[in-house]
Design a protein. Sequence first.
Lengths: 327, 425, 326
Amino acid sequence: MPEMTLIEAIRQAMDEEMARDPEVFIVGEDVGKRGGVFRATMGLYDKYGEHRVIDSPLAELSIVGVGIGAALYGMRPICEIQFADYIFPAFNQIVGEAARMCYRSNGTWSVPLVIRAPYGGGISGGLYHSQSVEAFFAHVPGLKVVIPSNPYDAKGLLKSAIRDPNPVMFFEPKKGYRLIRGEVPEEEYLVPIGPAKISRFGRDVSIFAYGMMHYYALQAAELLAQEGIEAEVVDLRTLAPVDKTTILESVKRTGKALIVHEDNLTLGYGAEVAAIIAEHAFTDLDAPVRRLAGPDVPGVPFSPPLQEWFMPNPQKIADAARRLAQF
Amino acid sequence: MATRVIMPQLGESVVEGTVVSWLKKEGERVEKEEALVEITTDKVQTEIPSIASGVLLKILVGEGETVRAGTTLAWIGEPGEVIPEADTGMSQLHAVPAAAATSVAGTVPISEAARDLGFISPVVARLAKEHQIDLTQIKGTGEGGRITKKDVLAYLEQHKEVAVETPAWETRGGGELFRLPEAQPQTSPPQPSVALQGDILIPHSAMRLAIAEHMTRSKRTSPHVTTVMEADMSAVAAHREAHQAQFARDGVRLTYTAYFISAIVTALKAYPQVNSSWSDEGLVVHQAIHIGVAVSLGEEGLIVPVIKNADGLSLLGLARAIQDLAERARSHRLQPDEVKGGTFSITNHGTSGSLFATPIIPQPQCGILGVGAIKKRPVVIHDAIAIRPMVYLSFTFDHRILDGYSADGFLAKVVSVLENWTEVG
Amino acid sequence: MLSKETKLDMYWTMLLSRRLDERSWVLHRQGRIAFHISGIGQEAAQVGAAFALRRGYDWFLPYYRDIALMIALGYTPRDFALSMMGKAEDITSAGRQMPSHWSLRSANVPSQSATVATQTSHAAGIGLAIKLHGEDKVVLTCIGEGATSQGEWYEGVNWAAVHRLPVIFLVQNNQYAISERVERQMAVPGPAAKACGLGLDGREVDGTDVFQVYEVIAEAAEKARRGEGPSLIEAKLYRITPHSSDDDDRTYRSREEVEAYKKRDPLLIAQAILEKEGILTPKKLDEMEAKAKQIVDEAVEYAEKAAYPSVEDAATHVFVEEVSHA
């Protein structure tokens, strides 16, 4: 089975969907000739032409607004926002228009749109190239939010997102673009949007994570196994709609929950998972629900020791999980 | 080392008792077997003899107080001996554990429970209540000496028969005399060993032994009868063809098994007596429908994961559940609950080419449906010959529960659902 | 050249819209509806534009004052009454949105929101889709002059200009954005003047003359179909009524100003033109008035009797549900 990086899997997904459906097109800054600043769309401009891989003006709002218009017409745009940090000008279009279109027209109109953006820190990007924004969007009914942690899921989920008739936010952990490698089948496959995945079964503590943090959580689990602690690792994958069943099933098994994300702690996605567990798995809990997250400062600092201080890593995750396992 | 005096269980169904009066005062000496305290329950009033000689160091439960069986009433020892107390270390959490402990320990004074037991987490409280455990009997290995879920589960493992510390004669014996007839282990007469030259001894795997035990016991328990019918699968094949792509988009492989299970569910609803278990008191008819799906593990053996509440699943839901359980069965990632609790089972013996079979019933179910290979055959329809994909369905049933009439009725219903499969399913 | 029948039809559409609009004010003041936002004085710009395009074929992204535009596109007074009262049969949203948040699939009018100018980049997106498909459809999007201050508007127009999309940006300059006059919105004389900064043609037209508007829009549509890109048309007109049923315009403008503009009522202007051409007679006018009144009466009566949406359905359509099994 071929092995590839996260970014290659993402590119393959777009390539296959564009070949399969002429209504699929890509729009964003530098996606055309440049092939995307992260090379996510490398080669697609040459293959599909300037009318299907469109270089847009430097204007995030209208990248999404124009995408919405095209989607209303029946096309399937993939809007790329160059860095999730720059998504805020488009916030109104995403939350006020795309998310609400189906509901406000009582199902008459829909927006089959994908918005892709690289997110997350650890690449010396400072405050404006490292942000996590998933919490803002997972909060909004009418939007789906997907974050892959490996190439297999990235390809399968992106294909599902492109085929989904609803607006899907697809956030890609940029630190893992070239770092995370994995096997990807040659045959056609999809990964459904919705179900979380238990990537490692365990008995002593459940670690819930997504994106880069899931990659680190698996490493943390290996460290813990050497100490005789069996951590269960759950890749949340789809943040909205949330897979309560798998989350609760895992807590039932271990009784201890640790949620990890690099986004700021307060009102980050972990808060919702913690609330779900507290409400629905109260009598399965053997310890308080804990979150390991980025500190509550406005952004990931640039200087190496400061970035290190901010970002969760396998060691920090193992420490938190160990304390919980020993509770 | 001071000795603990506990509230005894004065009868099998009695769970609590009330202290009527203490016959000794704190600081007074008491001899072993001497009457120490008067207790009453709704059935019995009695004096409890002391279990040790020594000084009554501390009375924990006062006169007129009602506590659960197993609760510590007092401590007896030599003057100056330290009364063991569990180190709590979680003083700020007392409000919560006190409440939890109270629900377990009945009317034990709140402060007593907290001091003894430390922080009681929600799952520990629930397990204690569900299994009627006296938490004071469990050693805590958690932070600060608290009782963890693991500690409770370990305790349950060790104390399967006895939930509470009770006098030996109050509990059911484990000896042959007390075991009910059908639970008597039937050991087969030892086989004479026939050693031939060139014999290789392959030790039995745990799975092999488990399968051997189960199959033998099942055959001994239920009189097995198999009835066979055939079904025309063309309607199902057409539906599957039309919907495969759609299901694939949801990440689900739509197999024939989903249809068979759906048909079984419909037939079980029409013939509820088939969704049952034999008991001496009567036929236990299950309301829930949990379908066991036999999954072959190749040379290794077979395992039967269970789809719970199959009647609440759509075709998509069934297909998804089958795919998930089969995948995890083959990669040995099933949970213990997932191979228990089935009320009816299906086995696809046809995948290896078999046409019809006489499968063995997974106890304590009433029956199992064997599905043979789907093969195109010439059949007679309206006096003309047509080619149709046909399958033999072999229904093995427990003849204690069903007779041929109802068994055939059930099987005919399965056939009918399959042959008349419509868009609505 | 417009035929007599078409001209009469245009007048009829403006008249029906006006009478519906007037009745809505009455309903509000009687406490029978919660809210109304009016298009009185702007009918000519809207009807002229609608008739210049191929209704049911081209795409339309209106703004909240476009009652007359919507009537021209096939939205009925009954539809409007149902939406004012929040009834289940409301075709735009089954009672979920306030009135004047248009949506009409049959006329290619996507659902509108209240955050102004979001429709501008949607219009560009639809124009892009049309162009990518190689079709000859045209997109008309309307907006008030105040909303052209939004970044949203600039980005949408910029896109259309850069990619030469078949979009007509019709700005109905009624001189007031709630209480703020146009001078508070822009440093140029009017929105048409912004066009050259964005690289497209900008034209002004008398928004009170329905036939002039027709000519200008028809020309812009032709240009778009020839692949020559978007146009910015500023229809100069006046907002006769307060901003909405919740506004009191006495706090920011004089009665004299309003009265002066009432003399330039688009209905009166069209009436004069058609009477001069002999197309409209007093008898015909009386017939039309009677018919309009009857339609509006029936619409209100129907809507008042119609059922409210049920709460059981209130949480539906958050997502498009895919049918996943038979």
